[in-house]
Design a protein around this ligand. Structure first.
Ligand code: GAP
Length: 513
């Protein structure tokens, strides 16, 4: 089995074993691509959401947050284009009866060409050492140029075929590239068809009068329909943003890779309303700002890259993904889209209400343009969790599993451990907890030898262990152990709050942006 697969399996089992993520309704054997967040998962998810909200709303005077309903008037989805165009091109393999997204099959093929090119670059780097000029090599080496230009050509053709609804050409491309079913190797494909991703439901008790509704496939539309409400009541002036977090639902054709692609998931979105013509400036600004936000978590600069879209959504004139190096390779984590005035104009047309802004500086009314940032909360969770999970060999040759979550996001900030369960040590530990719990999530643990308790907290991702021993009774000091370095310091109980706060405060982490 490939090592990558092992790592990913380990992530999934660790998430379950330590109360982060469970398969949904597991006692009934689960539900495909639906997951529940456990006691630690719910905390980590909440902390990621809060980290985003603080960076986007609290830190920007001109961005406010809302919480719109999941159910929306059905015309919303006609106006937004989701009824007619929120489709994925699907293809079935006639032999295996498996269903795939045709565009993903092609993208995976293109990514293999990219990987081949990167391998050539790495080999040359090793061969030439310091004298290696990557820029020159990439543009002159025949093999690398060949791989990369073929990749580009394939993605361009696919983008064009999808935009022009030429599904026959998407199928032709799959056949020309001899793409096989990844599971069985069969190349016996059906035609490519479009499949709408929205979940339908009904509002009302009587079948005859029930209204057909959709579960929202993105949170963005709740922002657009409230544009004027927020602008007027908040006296917002362009440029300004409206943010929200919340559930979205998509009937994904292929939902796999754990919480990466789910049918029920959570988005954190912000729509930034700008003057027409200014959108590219703000698009670049938000691309850069969002990347800095991701980087502030310290998961490694090398794990991020931009991917500019060849195939644009029906509403966009520019779009890029921030991709993250997940255990199964680089994949989309966040999308930054220049949505033009498509949505507001469409809602004006369908509702008959004006959704415009009077710009006093220009003395002019206009429908604002929009730059959107949209990140999946569950994908953020996976990025953070998977890249934090490490197996380490220590100096004495022993092994430990450590979940080195960014301390600002860790579900529990400190565990308080009495060295023994007697001599008044548990009582002192409880007193420390009573004080710290006003500011932080803290846990008490007295079971097993202290070394085993340290390991348990390492695997849970707790940044600090505070140990109460007999010396504590004499001088009111404890040891504080740091999860990542395993370094232990002797400090006064009265200093604990300051030490923990220094490591976990949102201020400290966001200052890195
Ligand atoms: N409002 C724009 C929009 O929804 P998107 O690229 O379709 O754009 C934005 O989705 C983000 O939502 C993605 O970058 C991803 O992080 C997350 N996302 C989309 N579909 C998802 C799914 N099925 N499961 C988990 N996250 C998903």
């Amino acid at each position: 089995m490939a090592k990558q697969e092992d790592i990913f399996k380990n992530v999934i089992s660790h998430a379950k074993e330590y109360g982060y993520i469970f398969p949904s309704s597991e006692i009934y054997d689960g539900l495909s691509a639906v997951y529940d967040y456990g006691q630690n998962g719910a905390e980590l998810k909440k902390n990621i959401r809060e980290y985003w909200w603080k960076a986007m709303v609290q830190m920007h005077e001109n961005i406010v947050g809302i919480d719109a309903a999941i159910f929306m008037h059905p015309t919303t989805w006609k106006a937004s284009g989701h009824v007619d165009a929120f489709n994925d091109p699907l293809i079935d393999n006639k032999d295996s009866k498996k269903r795939y997204r045709a565009d993903v099959l092609i993208e995976d093929y293109a990514e293999k060409l990219n990987i081949k090119a990167q391998k050539e670059i790495e080999k040359a780097q090793k061969r030439f050492g310091e004298a290696f000029n990557e820029e020159e090599f990439v543009t002159t080496n025949e093999r690398v140029v060949g791989y990369l230009s073929k990749r580009e050509e394939i993605l361009k053709r696919m983008g064009h075929s999808l935009e022009t609804e030429n599904l026959a050409d998407v199928k032709a491309l799959i056949e020309e590239l001899e793409i096989a079913d990844p599971d069985t190797g069969s190349k016996n494909w059906t035609e490519v068809r479009q499949f709408n991703l929205m979940f339908g439901t009904k509002l009302g008790a009587e079948a005859a009068h029930a209204m057909d509704l959709y579960l929202r496939p993105e949170t963005a539309q709740g922002i657009f329909v409230n544009f004027l409400n927020v602008q007027k009541t908040g006296r917002m002036k362009i440029p300004f943003g409206i943010a929200q977090t919340g559930k979205a639902f998509r009937n994904e054709i292929v939902a796999r890779q754990f919480i990466f692609r789910m049918r029920e998931f959570e988005q954190m979105e912000m729509q930034f309303f700008v003057r027409p013509g200014d959108e590219m400036k703000w698009y670049e600004y938000w691309k850069e700002t969002r990347l800095k936000w991701h980087m502030s978590l310290g998961l490694g600069k090398e794990n991020y890259r931009f991917h500019d879209h060849d195939k644009l959504a029906h509403y966009a004139n520019a779009a890029a993904d921030i991709e993250f190096n997940f255990p199964f390779g680089f994949k989309e984590l966040e999308g930054i889209h220049s949505r033009t005035d498509f949505d507001l104009k469409a809602h004006e047309e369908h509702s008959g209400k004006k959704l415009q802004f009077f710009d006093t500086e220009l003395n002019q009314n206009y429908v604002p343009y929009v730059v959107e940032t949209s990140v999946g909360l569950d994908r953020m969770f996976l990025a953070v969790f998977a890249s934090s999970l490490k197996e380490e060999t220590l100096e004495d040759g022993s092994e430990r599993t450590v979940l080195s979550l960014p301390a600002v996001l860790a579900p529990t900030k400190a565990a308080v451990l009495p060295l023994v369960k007697k001599d008044g040590l548990p009582e002192v530990a409880r007193e420390i907890i009573e004080d710290l719990k006003w500011d932080f999530n803290v846990a008490y643990d007295e079971k097993d030898a202290v070394g085993r308790r340290y390991r348990r907290q390492d695997a849970l991702g707790t940044p600090f262990c505070i140990t109460v021993d007999h010396q504590t009774l004499e001088d009111q000091t404890v040891t504080i152990r740091h999860r990542d370095s395993m370094k232990q310091d002797r400090v006064a109980i009265s200093e604990l709050r300051g030490i923990i706060n220094e490591e976990v405060s949102v201020r400290k982490w966001l200052m890195k942006m």
